[in-house]
Write a protein that binds this ligand. Structure first.
Ligand code: HEC
Length: 195
């Protein structure tokens, strides 16, 4: 009887010790390895986010084909190019009636005037000189050039939706954009609405 009591007592102590050990393990902070959304690095993850975020739809010039516009892979994310004309429409009427867009989706005429999609390549005329904080301010708060106090980005840049990107996702997009082929292209300033 005494022996079996001693044995159960020892078993209990062992169990308590094991539980304690486990707890101590859980209390130790675990340094998480960056996961890059399952991709091999931030550039690959950022490329994926830019693709599914539809950025090319507006920021990459297109080539016209019988099936409609297709992305011009030699001008990825270069923004509105000088050879893509603004649709020749009655702008005042457009301001009242709706909007019209160039066939490559880089020049948008609407109640806000005319907006031109930005150069997002790593060139200095794109985001080459931007800090990560600037990209965060542009995507989170819709700030032009990502500068505090600058104007709000015009439609149809969907920054309200992009404000839901996490910090890690914005970092990945930043790393990817910085790794893109630089394309020198100064995009014109937007035109104000016509009176
Ligand atoms: C529906 C069209 C559209 C889509 C989609 C779009 N953009 Fe834009 N974006 C624009 C337009 C138009 C502007 C210029 C707005 C202005 O001049 O105020 C712009 C401006 C920007 C700017 C600010 C550039 C500057 O110089 O201040 C950044 C940064 C940007 N876009 C990033 C992105 C990213 C990243 C994506 C994808 C996740 C994206 N955009 C998707 C239309 C779009």
């Amino acid at each position: 009887m005494k022996k079996s009591f001693t044995l159960s007592f020892i078993t209990l102590v062992v169990i308590i010790l094991l539980v304690q050990c486990n707890n101590t393990k859980e209390d130790t902070p675990v340094v998480e390895k960056e996961s890059y959304g399952g991709f091999e690095d931030n550039a690959a993850w950022g490329n994926h986010l830019v693709t599914i975020g539809g950025c090319h739809d507006c920021h990459t010039p297109k080539k016209m084909t019988p099936m409609g516009p297709v992305i011009d892979s030699s001008l990825l994310l270069a923004g509105h190019m000088p050879n893509s004309p603004v649709p020749d429409v009655n702008r005042k009427q457009m301001q009242e009636k709706g909007l019209v867009v160039s066939s490559d989706l880089t020049a948008w005429v609407g109640p806000w005037g005319v907006s031109f999609t930005a150069n997002l390549t790593s060139d200095d005329t794109g985001i080459g000189t931007w800090s990560e904080e600037q990209l965060r301010l542009a995507l989170r708060e819709g700030k032009y050039k990502g500068l505090p106090g600058s104007r709000t980005l015009l439609p149809p840049m969907p920054w309200e939706m992009f404000s839901h990107f996490t910090d890690a996702e914005i970092k990945a997009i930043y790393v990817f954009l910085k790794s893109t082929k630089p394309i020198n292209n100064i995009v014109p300033a937007p035109l104000p609405p016509e009176n």
